[in-house]
Design a protein around this ligand. Structure first.
Ligand SMILES: Cc1ncc(COP(=O)(O)OP(=O)(O)O)c(N)n1
Ligand code: 3NM
Ligand code: MG
Length: 208
């Protein structure tokens, strides 16, 4: 499976009151992976929203990924993204099966990415590349890391953290396959602008 393009990630605060219309607007513009990221403990709302996203993603033929929660991913038959403290990859792979998309946060550390590859990750995520209003204070990654990762890893490489339409192109030029974006996509004033941004991110890949 070819994983390349825009990786849209939801944010429950940013999308409050406009969750599904904004997500659908992004899907309309073209999304390779959609991650449901909700850091609350509201299990009922998480299930309801994840189910709604699963339906929407099926309609748009987009892959849904659940952040942090392999059990919820298994319940819906979709993928999962796991950070370094979200539980090990190997049991998640066993739970979700060979075909499932499983992503791993590797910060700015190649050794973590190589370990994730050995443990069955489908892609590795490095970040943050720019200052992030969504998640401030995480350690920085740079383009030299991407160059090294490209030569040492066969897996798709995802970049995250403060990515927007003005700073994304050099990441693609340095070998990034997936641009993971929250604010640079969903911090828009209208659904039309979300769709325009999604299309513009895809155009960056098309012209690379
Ligand atoms: C694509 C992608 N990359 C990195 C992360 C961050 O995961 P994590 O470090 O577990 O932090 P939280 O997102 O859970 O706060 C991600 N979610 N997606
Ligand atoms: C969830 C997350 N993880 C990061 C990491 O570096 O691991 S940065 C980040 C936030 C991404 O949101 P935005 O596109 O708004 O900066
Ligand atoms: Mg996490």
């Amino acid at each position: 499976m070819k994983l390349r393009g825009l990786y849209a990630i939801t944010d429950s605060q940013l999308l409050a009151g406009k969750f599904l219309p904004y997500v659908e607007a992004a899907l309309e513009g073209g999304v390779t992976l959609l991650q449901y990221r909700d850091k609350s403990q509201d299990e009922a709302r998480r299930l309801r929203e994840a189910e709604a996203l699963a339906e929407l993603c099926a309609r748009y033929k987009t892959h849904l990924i659940i952040n942090d929660d392999a059990e919820l991913a298994a319940r819906l038959g979709v993928g999962v993204h796991l950070g370094q403290t979200d539980g090990p990859l190997t049991p998640a792979r066993t739970l979700l099966g060979r075909e499932a998309i499983i992503g791993s946060t590797c910060h700015a550390q190649l050794d973590l990415a190589e370990q994730a590859a050995r443990e069955g990750a489908s892609y590795v995520a490095f970040g943050r590349f720019f200052n992030s209003v969504t998640k401030p204070g995480v350690p920085a990654a740079d383009s030299a890391l991407l160059e090294q990762a490209r030569t040492r890893l066969k897996l798709p490489i995802c970049a995250i953290g403060g990515i927007n339409l003005d700073n994304a192109a050099p990441l693609i030029a340095h070998g990034v396959d997936l641009l993971a974006v929250i604010h640079g996509l969903f911090g828009a004033d209208s659904t039309q602008e979300v769709t325009r941004r999604a299309r513009a991110f895809n155009a960056l890949f098309a012209s690379a």
